[in-house]
Write a protein that binds this ligand. Sequence first.
Ligand code: COA
Ligand code: AMP
Length: 632
Amino acid sequence: MTYADVYQSWKTDPEAFWLEQARAIDWDEPPTRALYDRGHHVFEWFAEGRLNTCYNCVDRHVEAGRGEQAAIIYDSPVTGTKATITYAELQDRVARLAGALKARGVEKGDRVIIYMPMVPETAVAMLACARLGAIHSVVFGGFASHELAVRIDDATPKAVIAASCGIEPGRTVAYKPLLDGALDQATHKPEFTVIFQRPEEEAGLTEGRDFEWHAFQEGAEPATCVPVEGTHPVYVLYTSGTTGAPKGVVRPTAGHLVALYWSMKNIYNVDPGEVFWAASDVGWVVGHSYIVYGPLVHGNTTVLFEGKPVGTPDASTFWRVIAEHGVRNFFTAPTAFRAVKREDPKGALLEGHDISKLRAIYLAGERADPDTVEWAQEISGKPIYDHWWQTETGWPIVANPAGLEAMPVKVGSPSVAMPGYDVQVLDEGGTPVAPGNLGAIAIRLPLPPGTLPTLWNAPERFHKSYLARFPGYYETGDAGLIDKDGYLYIMARTDDVINVAGHRLSTGAMEEVLAGHPDVAECAVIGVADDFKGQLPMGFVCLTKGVNRPHDEIEAECVARVRQQIGPVAAFKLCKVVDRLPKTRSGKILRRTMANLADGQDFKMPATIDDPAIVDEIRAAVKTLGYPQSGG
Ligand code: COA
Ligand code: AMP
């Protein structure tokens, strides 16, 4: 079947299409119906089916004879460690940890926060929660105590599972003090923690509250899989929105497995048994979907890589891992290739690494700039497929369905809509525009299986953030166009979310931190185009009357404050004290105007600006920070 056939077959009868895909999953009670319309634009998939995520990702493969196949290959250049975990070993480890959690009272519906780096134990912890029907929430290691505390208060977990430390090139990041800080700050107090001690930096444990990973599991009875309803959340993953409060994206069990399974062959073109590598982090959605659940539900071997594209030890690492483990499909963010290109522009370090098993390279997480795509294609000799999706959807919205039919690549476009997604570009009034015209990218409801049905603890925010602006549609927050061949082009965000090195961040959250500085009267944070990280946050602060401390001191304090409160991942290093901010006559800060100035773009002076002279002041301030990079 061609892509067009499959897309049409979904469109003609979505119920039948998804029920058919659901047959790839093992059910305790198979669904007889796929979609349930609960009214008010709330939809559920496979609500009456019963199943277990861990069973589908682990146990069933052992029962089907894949027990000796590698489930996880752990490759960690930062610790000099490599290990292979078979499906049978994974089953054993997961059942044991689940048993220990169960013995301490963790059960279906309880939340468990996981704050861990790229070690196999993180996947074990996720699967152990899923085995019990407990809802995990993984928090990325680059977030600091405050962000962790916010998530603890929102998810109200019974337990936290953490590692003693993570390893960044050149430094260990002690997680336990960050966790302790978060537990102090949070109002909600989890009952206990389980700490995976790493030899690089062991953590001090608090008697009675903190349990060491191995001791915790000693003598525990292995737990069996608890069947849950199809709509039961397997996890909550927090992502950045417009304000400082992160959004808890809820992932329903059944749709998640059905959609991921479908994507593994049809999009990523791997067969069970083959090696799949997503060089991301388990703290992000790419890690959830394509380091852990997607490859495992499909019976693949997943590579869990603890390192960076460069510096661990050098820019040959990607090629080395692909060659050494026989990777069939590689997925990363464009920024990672920009890092490699910067160090090894001619691809000399590919020499000696046999990457012949690799079929294709997939890019997502941020705009794939044509220079990087063309470079990666030339160096690797493999097709490069850009694809576009979000934490909210959990799997690709627009992609090149290479396992079904490789569509012609148009550089600059992530290609075409996947079955399940009716993608439209809308004008201000919510009417679809003609091909080639810019507008807000929206998806006609219902969204397909696997996508978010709501936000954790925040159904109203879900409605307001995604459904209110264009009735009958899900608003993606991205703007772009669809060409006459149905190829989508992503141009910009329509909100205050920025994308820094493939990491989704909220400028609103950074503004909240800056506003908390005692000398800051008001502030604005924008995203500025950056050759390496795609975008970087840039902050402007106006001081409270009467403050006359040196500006560079205050700027440095602002930078430190964001790092301390949000975390190093915010990459907030550009900050400038200014006399005033450009505003409309009604007092609204003109952030987009500032971003245009910082990017050196031609722009039209907004008719509503209260004082056009401020534009030159901002332009001068941006220049002192070294932007725009092109000097324009
Ligand atoms: N734990 C603790 N700190 C972390 C961290 C983690 N898990 N991840 C990143 N950080 C820190 C970094 O050490 C860095 O600290 P520094 O300011 O002291 O240098 C800071 O957060 C910013 O990190 P990052 O923006 O990632 O920059 P980098 O220079 O360390 O690495 C890349 C740049 C491009 C190599 C890296 O961002 C990358 O591989 N990106 C791919 C993104 C990705 O996987 N996205 C998911 C979608 S596919
Ligand atoms: P996240 O939820 O962290 O995966 O971030 C999702 C956002 O990243 C999207 O809404 C886009 O703004 C951006 N994004 C992801 N993939 C792409 C892509 N292929 N091209 C352009 N932007 C992308």
